[in-house]
Design a binder for this molecule. Structure first.
Ligand SMILES: [Zn+2]
Length: 335
């Protein structure tokens, strides 16, 4: 006990043992990080500034989502517009915020596209661009919006993108479907889920059935990579969760990217990442925010997770590997 405090009567400090003070991980305060999957080009300027303020060094802005194609059925030209919008704004985003903004362009199967071959032909040329560092997000989807898309056709679209990735030496971001929503209670169907702008009533009947469609979808995606000759370590399974971690870690060589920018929706957070690092090591693990304007998302999510991982017992070298080194290497930010 240190009795030298001039306080009126003893405070906690008089009892605390100086020798047991924890070492503060101050290196985390300024550790840069890379968000390998977001839709920041759909966010506000202020949200993108939040990335910069919290140490974001680089990001992959993914342009593929059906949420932003207003017309149904969707045509190739609608998706091209999304790609072109991202290309059009990317350089100005970099100059405004100083982080490096790179692009992922893909064909999402969450909504059926009328003329996908036209899109695949065009994609070959887009993949030549320096700013395009990854194909995706893509991957077969158990159920579509508005109109179902036959599983064989979805699979062909995904495999064709895997082939383009192999041809252009690019990785692929998979959109792995999630199973989790912790409370188990459903909202009134006519209102859907608050915080996610989606007309839930327009979801079609699933084209993948069985006990675990979400995991089945991931297994099909990995088969397409194999069939396309794309090495598994060029595949990043985004939205990794408890349902697919064991399969992806033990039966594939893919990277697993845990999406922590909307934990309230998919039930995945820093504790799941810490568990995965404890069990499998940090070599194939990343985290991403998936922040987008159609969702309640948090641009500070990676920064918050870095502190949370440390509190959960993960050392700073492993944190650096997960938030910086792995995405930097896989998406070529060091080139
Ligand atoms: Zn996304």
């Amino acid at each position: 006990m240190d009795s030298n405090y001039p306080t009126n009567r003893p405070t906690d400090d008089a009892y605390l043992d100086d020798d047991e003070e924890p070492r503060l991980p101050t290196e985390l305060l300024n550790m840069p990080w890379i968000d390998g999957h977001n839709h920041a080009h759909t966010l506000s300027w202020d949200d993108r500034e939040r990335y910069a303020l919290s140490g974001c060094e680089g990001m992959v802005m993914v342009s593929s989502g059906y949420h932003w194609t207003p017309y149904k059925p969707v045509r190739a030209s609608d998706v091209r517009f999304l790609w072109d919008d991202a290309i059009n704004r990317r350089a100005a985003i970099e100059r405004n915020h100083f982080f490096r903004a790179r692009l992922g362009l893909g064909i999402h199967t969450g909504v059926r596209i009328e003329d996908p071959d036209e899109l695949l032909d065009a994609m070959d040329d887009y993949c030549e661009l320096d700013e395009v560092v990854v194909v995706g997000e893509t991957g077969v989807t158990p159920s579509q919006h508005v109109e179902a898309w036959d599983l064989d056709e979805q699979r062909a679209i995904v495999q064709a993108q895997m082939e383009l990735a192999r041809k252009h030496d690019l990785p692929v971001i998979l959109h792995t479907p999630n199973t989790s929503n912790s409370s188990g209670r459903q909202y009134r169907p006519e209102f859907g889920v608050p915080g996610y702008e989606k007309n839930y009533g327009l979801s079609d009947d699933p084209v993948i059935t069985g006990e675990n469609p979400a995991l089945e979808a991931v297994k099909i995606d990995i088969e397409t990579a194999t069939d396309a000759g794309l090495p598994e370590d060029r595949v990043v399974a985004s939205h990794a969760d408890q349902n697919n971690t064991e399969y992806l870690m033990e039966e594939t060589k893919c990277y697993l990217s845990y999406t922590i920018g909307h934990s309230w929706l998919i039930g995945v957070g820093p504790a799941d990442v810490a568990d995965a690092i404890d069990e499998y090591g940090p070599e194939r693990i990343m985290i991403d925010t998936d922040c987008a304007n159609i969702l309640r998302t948090d641009p500070y999510a990676v920064k918050r997770a870095m502190f949370e991982l440390y509190r959960y017992g993960i050392d700073t070298d492993a944190i650096r590997k997960v938030v910086l080194e792995n995405p930097r290497d896989v998406y070529g930010f060091s080139d």
